[in-house]
Design a protein around this ligand. Structure first.
Ligand code: FES
Ligand code: FES
Length: 159
C-alpha cells in the first residue's frame, strides 16, 4: 500500500490504503467523516458530492490515488468557520429555514454543490441554481425549497 497525502477541510491528512479505494470510503471509514453519504454508488445521485480543489466531484467515483496533493472539502468543513462563531454555515441556516432538508440523505451533497456555486460567484438566479445542482437528486423536496435556500444565501439575506 502507498501513503497518500492531501488536505481535508484544511487539515494535512495521510491515508495508507490501496490507490483504487474510493474517496467516499476513505472519508467515511478511514477518516470518520460520515457526513458524506452514499446513495447509488455509481455516480448518478450526487449524495456523495465533495469538493476537490473547489470543484464538485462524486466521491464514489474518485480513487484515492487521484487525491494525492489535492484539497478536499466535505460537509464537515463547511461549518468549521461558522462553528467558531457558534452557528451553522449560512447555507445550512437557509436550508433549515426554507425546509430544504427533509430526509437529509441528499443534503450534504446538495450543500457542497451549492457552496461551489456560491464560491464561484453564483447569483440568486433560479435557472442557474437548478443547473448547478442538476447532479444532485432529491426524492423529498421537489427542489423548490432547496433552490430558495441557495437563492437566499446568494442574495445576501445570509452571509
Ligand atoms: S453515491 Fe456517488 S453519485 Fe450516488
Ligand atoms: S431531503 Fe430527502 S432526498 Fe433530499
Amino acid at each position: 500500500m502507498t501513503a497518500y497525502r492531501f488536505l481535508v477541510n484544511g487539515e494535512p491528512t495521510e491515508v495508507d490504503a490501496p490507490g483504487m479505494r474510493r474517496l467516499l470510503d476513505v472519508l467515511r471509514e478511514d477518516l470518520g467523516l460520515t457526513g458524506t453519504k452514499e446513495g447509488c454508488g455509481e455516480g448518478e445521485c450526487g449524495a456523495c458530492s465533495v469538493l476537490l480543489d473547489g470543484q464538485v466531484v462524486d466521491s464514489c467515483l474518485v480513487p484515492l490515488c487521484q487525491v494525492e496533493g489535492r484539497i478536499v472539502r466535505t460537509v464537515e468543513g463547511l461549518s468549521l468557520a461558522a462553528r467558531d462563531r457558534g452557528s451553522l454555515d449560512a447555507l445550512q441556516e437557509a436550508f433549515l429555514e426554507t425546509g430544504g432538508a427533509q430526509c437529509g440523505i441528499c443534503t450534504p451533497g446538495m450543500l457542497m454543490s451549492a457552496r461551489a456555486y456560491l464560491d464561484a460567484g453564483g447569483a440568486a438566479d433560479d435557472d442557474a441554481i437548478r443547473e448547478a445542482i442538476a447532479g444532485n437528486l432529491c426524492r423529498c423536496t421537489g427542489y423548490t425549497k432547496i433552490v430558495e435556500a441557495i437563492a437566499r444565501t446568494a442574495g445576501g439575506s445570509h452571509r
